[in-house]
Design a protein around this ligand. Sequence first.
Ligand code: COA
Length: 213
Amino acid sequence: MIFAAALTEVAILTTDRLRLEPQGAQHLDGLSALLANEESRRLTGTHATFTQEQISNHLKGLAEQADRADWAIIRAEDDCYLGEIVLNELDADNASMNLRIALAGEFGRGYGTEATRAVVGYGLDEVGLHRISLEVYAFNPRAKRVYEKCGFIAEGVARDALHWDGEWVDANLMSILATDPRGGSVVGGGRPRGRRDRELGRSSPIGAKLEPR
Ligand SMILES: CC(C)(COP(=O)(O)OP(=O)(O)OC[C@H]1O[C@@H](n2cnc3c(N)ncnc32)[C@H](O)[C@@H]1OP(=O)(O)O)[C@@H](O)C(=O)NCCC(=O)NCCS
């Protein structure tokens, strides 16, 4: 049901202004800055802090993980690392994954929408997913708007899912199915060729939170 090769060797995706490239050891500085960004940490509900060694090990291990796809979001015009976007929590039996995205700045310039559309297209068309789901916290209307623009439908609310600065915050659950209308499409990229299929299992839940763990 799933085209496993699209996860074992993740394709580079290109959009009008971005290059989404498989995230790896070369993105240590960019991911470290993202994980230290207070605004991104709050909006993703990330309580945990990470050492450089943890981040480095996480990046080095990504290429070996067949049950997820991590991209660095690179601005094409100046090769600036803007953030990351991830498909994880593979449920191969049910052809579903979770999506999360975080930029380290440059908010509100359309980059998040562009990257999300590209990865949704990859997940549904190249990985062969039936469903992509996500969680977005109630204090993050900008992200919710991006997901709606990309075709995600609100499914419900996980009440008091996050405790942040002494307040309980709801999480909105959203998903897009392969049969739903899309909010846009990938400009470039596509199915990786000659890739080796691998048996796929489940990964532990992560939701919207930043990694590594
Ligand atoms: C969420 C995120 C990826 C969105 O990417 P972005 O590049 O900032 O967003 P875009 O510019 O593509 O789109 C923002 C949209 O939200 C709208 N918006 C901005 N603030 C808003 C608000 N307070 N309420 C409603 N809509 C809002 C913008 O008008 C725009 O919609 P439009 O194109 O219809 O005008 C990015 O802001 C980010 O990484 N934030 C920090 C981490 C995070 O929140 N991750 C998501 C966790 S679920």
